[in-house]
Design a protein around this ligand. Structure first.
Ligand SMILES: [Zn+2]
Length: 130
């Protein structure tokens, strides 16, 4: 399932659900673009989160993270969310929340990351001794 995020020239945006195969979404987007040349289109793959390129590391100071749904490095901003009733960090284009599993995974945001690294280091130390 795809979502096309349309940014209008006045900065307002519209999210359109497009239940099509990836090629057809591109065709759909091209048609839309030809009748609305001043609108910016972003295709978001909702059902298949994509991993970042090898060696990617998020820039937390600039709030640049990998968005697996946009398949792009995006700026994340804190926005008020109705369903959580508080501000949550999310992708400025598709709105995906930084609390989602794949965003945490691909941006090393898990709180337990330190623990995993520590375990891995200990395992390597043990191997070296053998
Ligand atoms: Zn996104």
């Amino acid at each position: 399932m795809f979502r096309v995020v349309i940014k209008r020239p006045d900065e307002s945006d519209k999210h359109v659900r497009v239940d099509k195969k990836s090629f057809d979404v591109l065709v759909w987007a091209r048609e839309y673009k030809s009748s609305h040349p001043s609108h910016k289109l972003f295709i978001v793959n909702v059902s298949h989160p994509k991993p970042p390129p090898l060696g990617f590391y998020p820039d937390r100071a600039k709030q640049l993270y990998w968005c697996p749904y946009c398949a792009h490095i995006r700026q994340f901003k804190r926005r008020w969310r109705k369903y959580t009733e508080r501000k949550v960090l999310g992708c400025i284009i598709c709105g995906a929340s930084a609390e989602l599993f794949f965003i945490q995974k691909y941006n090393q945001l898990f709180k337990s990351d330190g623990l995993v690294k520590e375990k891995e280091l200990r395992r390597r130390l043990r191997k070296d001794k053998e």
